[in-house]
Design a protein. Sequence first.
Length: 102
Amino acid sequence: MLIPESVKVGPYEYRVVIVDDLHSSTDRNVALFGEILYKPQEIRIRAGMGDGHRLSTLLHEVIHALDDEMYVIGLSEKQIKCLGVGLAAFLLDNGLLREEAE
Ligand SMILES: [Zn+2]
């Protein structure tokens, strides 16, 4: 499964970057699987994870964007984590993803 180079979330386009040894941009002591940076419109994903983990991480960061910048639902980190994992499993288990970019 390919991770796209960019994703559009509402009116905003985010560059998707795979990063070795990803750490929080605000605290270098915090290792992360993913991070969304709103100002440069960038989603960072840790390198070396399997397909399911990469997809759930991408969805996790997209859900943050939907909640923080568009719908202001007020989801908790735990709710976002569960939605990211659940949606990734749904998409993978039902063959709803393209294998390759067009
Ligand atoms: Zn999060």
